[in-house]
Design a protein around this ligand. Structure first.
Ligand code: BG6
Ligand code: MG
Length: 220
C-alpha cells in the first residue's frame, strides 16, 4: 500500500543536469582538468564534494582540503548563477500532473535530494509549496547512497519505509531507496539504469494507478 511518494529532484522533477555539467566544466577548464560528459554521468545523484573527488581523479596536481572546499564553492557560485535562468517551464513533463493526481488521492508527497540548492530550485520552479516535506543536502549528514535522506523524508511524512515509493534517476539514489526499505520506480533509460524495474523515461509516462497499485513486493 503506497501512502507516501518521495521524489528525487535533479533529473526527476527538473532537468538541472546540463547546468551542473556547465558549472563543473567551467571549473575544470580553469584548473586544466580533463572533463567530459562521460565523467559527468558519474556525478548523477552524487554529493557536491564526492563529485569534486571524481573530477579531481583527472587533475594534474593535488589539492589540500581547504583548496578542495574552495573549488566546490567556486563551482557552486557558477551553478547558482546558472540557476537564475530556470523557472516553472523547466519542470519535467508530467510532474505537475502526477503530483496533483497523487495529492487528490490523499497520498503524501516529499522531495529527498542530495542538493543543498534544492529549496532554491523548488522555489524557482514554483513547486516548493506542493510538497508535504522537503529533505535536502543540508538536512542530512550522509548523502545517497546512504538511506538517511529517504528515511528522514518518510519520517516527516509520517509513513513507514515500506509504505513509500521513490522516484529516482541515479544509481546512487536507487541504492539509497532500497537500503531504506522502500520500493523504487526508476526514471531514465535501461542503458543508464540496467535491471531497474519498473522504469519510465519520465514522469509523463507514469500513471497514478501504477503508483497506487504498486503492491509490496511487486517493485524492486
Ligand atoms: C544531486 C545531483 O541532486 O545533487 C548531483 O544529481 C549534485 O549532480 C548533488 O552533485 C549536489 O548538488 P548541490 O546543488 O548541493 O551542489
Ligand atoms: Mg537525480
Amino acid at each position: 500500500m503506497t501512502r507516501g511518494v518521495i521524489f528525487d529532484l535533479d533529473g526527476v522533477l527538473v532537468s538541472t543536469d546540463e547546468l551542473h555539467y556547465r558549472a563543473w566544466q567551467s571549473l575544470a577548464q580553469q584548473e586544466g582538468i580533463d572533463f567530459d560528459r562521460r565523467t559527468n554521468d558519474r556525478l548523477r545523484g552524487v554529493s557536491r564534494m564526492e563529485s569534486l573527488h571524481i573530477i579531481l581523479e583527472q587533475a594534474p596536481r593535488t589539492y589540500s582540503r581547504q583548496q578542495r572546499l574552495s573549488l566546490a564553492d567556486r563551482k557552486n557560485e557558477t551553478y547558482r548563477a546558472l540557476l537564475e535562468g530556470i523557472g516553472p517551464a523547466d519542470v519535467m513533463a508530467g510532474a505537475r500532473e502526477l503530483l496533483a493526481a497523487l495529492t487528490e488521492r490523499g497520498i503524501s508527497v516529499a522531495v529527498a535530494s542530495s542538493s543543498r540548492n534544492a529549496r532554491l530550485i523548488l522555489e524557482r520552479i514554483e513547486l516548493l509549496d506542493r510538497f508535504d516535506a522537503v529533505v535536502d543536502g543540508n538536512d542530512v549528514t550522509r548523502a545517497k547512497p546512504h538511506p538517511e535522506g529517504f528515511l528522514t523524508a518518510a519520517h516527516r511524512l509520517g509513513c513507514r519505509p515500506e509504505e513509500c515509493l521513490v522516484f529516482e534517476d541515479a544509481a546512487a539514489g536507487i541504492e539509497a531507496a532500497r537500503r531504506a526499505g522502500m520500493r523504487v520506480f526508476g526514471i531514465g533509460t535501461p542503458q543508464r539504469l540496467p535491471g531497474v524495474r519498473p522504469l519510465a523515461a519520465g514522469l509523463a509516462e507514469v500513471t497514478v494507478e501504477q503508483v497506487l497499485n504498486a503492491g509490496e513486493g511487486t517493485l524492486s
